[in-house]
Design a binder for this molecule. Structure first.
Ligand SMILES: Nc1nc2c(ncn2[C@@H]2O[C@H](COP(=O)(O)OP(=O)(O)O)[C@@H](O)[C@H]2O)c(=O)[nH]1
Ligand SMILES: [Mg+2]
Ligand SMILES: [Zn+2]
Length: 301
């Protein structure tokens, strides 16, 4: 007798990676959250990825990553690491205490511009008396057009809500600035651990150890990420780096030399724009510093 073999042909589940540990992931699917591993070594999966999952036991195996709209990288001289996929916006979180690095803020903004993501700066801990000074340190970025929202996540995070609607927003910044506190305020039930920061060291402790996505609505989400101490842009080549300075864009391609490096060559349009007051000299300086570091790193490799 011919017995028909029953083949289990379950369609793969599609889902969204809501938490990324080193090689383990949590994927939100229509059937609930699944603990997943990745098939093979080659497939790169990050928080925010939309994936196809095959069920395996209680959990699942990520078989495929769907095309990404954005992928934000951080890198140092030696390697690049993806932080989050499909985020449409970054919110760089800063505060008067611990002190923040305006250069690090700018590096985050540059990385976001490279991916054509929207950006917003959140000045948290507005209850602290030194907030006015912190605000003044953000002035150069505000002048270029970056929006700043000042609030106190501990008492009221609602001023940020209108900026989040319809976006997948990656919260990014140094430790201790209040990213996780913001998530808790905006996403009741998230229950993220937050950390004390050390007055002595003037820095935050790394309470957030992995990247995690929190849904606020069908098309709105927040991604919390561990604190950054460093944010290199080694993965951007010279041209991409220059374009990431949004206020340079109208001038690019108009220098006397086609291959102008914008480091004091005659007829450099960026130099002229600085002289005319259209570009902040500190921003051109930053470009030159980042470009040089990139060069050094490439030569080391
Ligand atoms: N004064 C004040 N402290 C805050 C505020 N928001 C967060 N904090 C504190 O800052 C510290 C670091 O917060 P956390 O959310 O863990 O920062 P993260 O490292 O950026 O995620 C914690 O002790 C928070 O209680 C605020 O609006 N005002
Ligand atoms: Mg945190
Ligand atoms: Zn030039």
């Amino acid at each position: 007798m011919h017995r028909q073999r029953r083949v289990l042909t379950l369609n793969p589940l599609s889902g969204e990676v809501v938490a990324a540990f080193s090689r383990r992931f949590i994927v939100a699917t229509p059937a609930g959250e699944l603990a997943c591993q990745v098939r093979g070594r080659r497939l790169q999966v990050v928080c925010g990825d939309r994936v196809e999952v095959r069920r395996a036991g209680d959990g699942g195996v990520i078989e495929r990553v769907l095309p990404r709209t954005t992928l934000l990288y951080r890198s140092d001289a030696f390697r690049s690491k993806a932080i989050a996929a499909n985020a449409s916006q970054i919110a760089v979180v800063v505060a008067a205490r611990p002190s923040f690095s305006p250069e690090l803020v700018q590096r985050c903004l540059l990385a976001a511009e490279d991916q054509e993501m929207a950006s917003i700066i959140v000045l948290n801990k507005a209850d602290l008396p030194e907030t006015a000074t912190a605000h003044a340190r953000l002035e150069p970025m505000a002048r270029i057009g970056y929006r700043t929202v000042q609030l106190s996540a501990q008492s009221d995070a609602t001023p940020l809500r209108p900026y989040l609607q319809g976006h997948i927003t990656l919260l990014i910044g140094q430790s201790g600035m209040g990213k996780s506190t913001l998530v808790n305020a905006l996403c009741p039930g998230a229950g993220v651990a937050t950390g004390e920061y050390s007055e002595a060291l003037d820095s935050g402790r790394h309470t957030t150890t992995h990247t995690r996505l929190y849904r606020l609505g069908p098309d709105t989400a927040l991604i919390d990420s561990p604190g950054l101490q460093e944010f290199a842009l080694q993965h951007l080549d010279d041209a991409a780096l220059a374009r990431a300075f949004i206020e340079f864009r109208p001038f690019l391609g108009h220098c006397r030399f086609r291959d102008c490096r914008h480091i004091k060559e005659p007829g450099c349009r960026l130099d002229e724009a600085v002289a005319a007051g259209d570009i902040d000299p500190a921003r051109l300086k930053l470009y030159q510093i980042l470009r040089r570091r990139h060069l050094d790193a490439t030569q080391r490799r």
